[in-house]
Design a protein around this ligand. Structure first.
Ligand code: F6R
Length: 242
């Protein structure tokens, strides 16, 4: 695990975008696993800027998002589909048909999970999976539990997760109670994982995830078993690492 700590958000964003840009420049057909939430926004902005500056093209790239809420239309202002359009995909030259995200409005959710997992299987190994970290150690929406699910599945969101995400909704009650998420096994299949964490409020879980025991009670701790993980932290998130 290669852990890098940055003094400013700008430096962190540039480093994260630089890793992704370098990958796409050397492999124009790269398969990117993407995340939503507050953490990647600055990195996505850097990628949009790099595209607009002509430094990188995403024409041949495919994207696969980690997760999506169940029960939100794509057009809903808090859907992850819309988030991705607004923060990244709508501003670069990636082909819309190569942008993938689970369908949280599917009538048969189990069939949708199987479809998404098969799509990932058929598309080949993800070259780089971008991850944020939940306060409880979740990656994607794989919440802490006595056991974890390997492949794409429906998950009940923990109250802590719903509270953390309430900032994207008008009222806390509007936060969906379920989501579709890639499983931990799906995530760990990626060739490389880029974990990004910011803020003092995540310092304790960063320590547990990166230096604590490997346990399903902290899903991100399973990343310790992956051969190629790069972690980008701001100073606050990394402040408890020894
Ligand atoms: C988002 C995702 C989540 C977030 C995590 C951190 O697609 O899968 O695991 O990365 O909840 O969220 P933020 O970045 O909002 O703190």
């Amino acid at each position: 695990m290669n852990i890098l700590t940055f003094q400013t958000q700008e430096a962190l964003n540039k480093a994260g975008a630089g890793i992704i840009t370098a990958l796409v420049q050397t492999n124009p057909k790269a398969r990117l696993g993407l995340a939503t939430g507050g953490t990647p926004v600055g990195i996505y902005q850097e990628l949009v800027d790099a595209y607009k500056a002509g430094t990188v093209s995403f024409q041949g790239v495919s994207s696969f998002n980690l997760d999506e809420y169940i029960g939100l239309e794509r057009s809903h202002e808090a859907s992850y589909y819309r988030f991705m359009q607004e923060q990244l995909l709508g501003h670069i030259d990636i082909a819309p048909e190569r942008c993938h995200i689970p369908n949280g409005m599917a009538e048969d959710l189990d069939a949708e999970c199987r479809r998404y997992e098969q799509l990932l299987e058929d598309s080949g190994q993800i070259d780089l999976q971008l991850l944020g970290l939940g306060h409880n150690g979740h990656i994607g929406f794989n919440e802490p539990d006595v056991a974890l699910t390997r492949s794409t599945h429906v998950v009940q969101l923990r109250e802590q997760t719903r509270e953390a995400n309430a900032r994207f909704f008008d009222t806390p009650e509007q936060v969906p109670v379920q989501a579709i998420t890639m499983g931990v096994g799906t995530i760990l299949k990626a060739k490389m994982i880029l974990l990004v964490v910011r803020g003092k409020d995540k310092a304790e879980i960063v320590k547990q995830a990166l230096q604590g025991p490997i346990t399903t009670e902290c899903p991100a701790s399973l990343l310790q078993t992956h051969p190629h993980v790069v972690v980008l932290l701001d100073q606050e998130a990394g402040s408890l690492l020894v």
